[in-house]
Design a binder for this molecule. Structure first.
Ligand SMILES: NC(=O)c1ccc[n+]([C@@H]2O[C@H](COP(=O)([O-])OP(=O)(O)OC[C@H]3O[C@@H](n4cnc5c(N)ncnc54)[C@H](OP(=O)(O)O)[C@@H]3O)[C@@H](O)[C@H]2O)c1
Length: 292
């Protein structure tokens, strides 16, 4: 990256699952960008970030968000799904409007809807509507369940060769975050993505049992999926430190998967990037060392 070019693209959620992939892809494409981080401390782990313009910003502090947005034309908006997410993202939209941002690429979620029984899907839809009302051009990325979400089950996969969820045998068109990041990169760097809603899925719909079989093949030993009750799943989430709001949200999310509401396969990754999505086999092969 050339330091003399003033970036007009801002990335948020830089240190997260999608943000890390997105920064990697923009760096590889030599696209100048500014990256908002909550603390510079975390960046010591991001050697590949060298040369990127960094700005320290906290979604809970509108002044720092306004500073991060100065001179920006296209912004990628991502927070984690916490009880504060709707407020944090709304603050970002207000500051983006004041700063004269031309386009927001918002990381939303599959089936975002203000009337959904799933709290995550409701807040995402509320923020989508705020962006529309602001008059800023939008691109909404609504991905399905992340393949890399399986890494959250890493400890039981490594210790017990098992993973547990309240999802039954429902099929989900699970998607690789590398492909979500590729759609974000396209929307931030090319024209033609404004006003689009991308419903982002992987190339096939799989049950957790089928994921376990494919993971077993990649790891060369048997990994078992164990279906559990929502109550047991909630207890497990609370025991590893999830706040109640998030644990309840995840239970609602898995109930939505259980009802088979996330099994449709779309061509949106190919449409947006020109490339086919990664298969679960590719994900399992590439991430096998992380499960060992
Ligand atoms: N997981 C799934 O299967 C799935 C499926 C569809 C959609 N989604 C959506 O994906 C989003 C999460 O994406 P992800 O997994 O990439 O997120 P993530 O890994 O949880 O990362 C969240 C990012 O937000 C940053 N952040 C959090 N609070 C902040 C604050 N107050 N100020 C500034 N930055 C802050 C974090 O920075 P720090 O490193 O400093 O904490 C981190 O970079 C959610 O909106 C969720 O609804 C998830």
């Amino acid at each position: 990256m050339t330091k003399s070019t003033t970036p007009t693209i801002l990335i948020t959620g830089t240190t997260g699952n999608i943000g890390r992939e997105l920064t990697k892809q923009l760096l590889a494409q030599k696209v100048p960008f500014r990256a908002m981080v909550r603390s510079t401390k975390k960046l010591e782990a991001f050697s590949e970030m060298e040369g990127v313009e960094l700005v320290v910003g906290d979604f809970n502090d509108a002044t720092t968000v306004a500073d991060a947005l100065k001179g920006i034309e296209r912004a990628f908006l991502l927070t984690n799904s916490s009880e504060q997410a709707e407020t944090q993202q709304s603050t970002f939209v207000e500051e983006a409007s004041r700063a004269g941002v031309k386009q927001i690429v918002k990381l939303s979620q599959w089936a975002a809807d203000t009337n959904s029984p799933v709290r995550f899907l409701r807040y995402h839809a509320v923020v989508e509507n705020k962006i529309k009302e602001s008059g800023i051009a939008y691109t909404f990325l609504r991905p399905n369940l992340f393949m890399q979400g399986l890494l959250a089950f890493r400890s039981t996969i490594v210790d017990q060769n098992k993973f547990f969820a309240a999802v039954g045998d429902a099929k989900i068109s699970i998607v690789d975050v590398r492909d979500i990041a590729a759609v974000a990169a396209a929307a931030l760097t090319e024209d033609g993505h404004a006003g689009k809603i991308y419903n982002i899925t992987g190339p096939e719909a799989l049950s957790h049992q089928e994921m376990a079989e494919k993971l077993s093949a990649a790891l060369n030993h048997k990994i078992q999926f164990v279906d559990i009750s929502p109550e047991s799943m909630r207890e497990a989430l609370i025991s590893v430190g999830f706040p109640n709001w998030q644990a309840d949200g995840l239970i609602e999310d898995y109930a939505h998967y259980h009802r088979g509401e996330a099994s449709i396969i779309t061509a949106d990754i190919k449409d947006a990037t020109g490339k086919p999505p990664h298969s679960f086999e590719e994900f399992a092969r590439d991430y096998a060392p992380k499960f060992s």
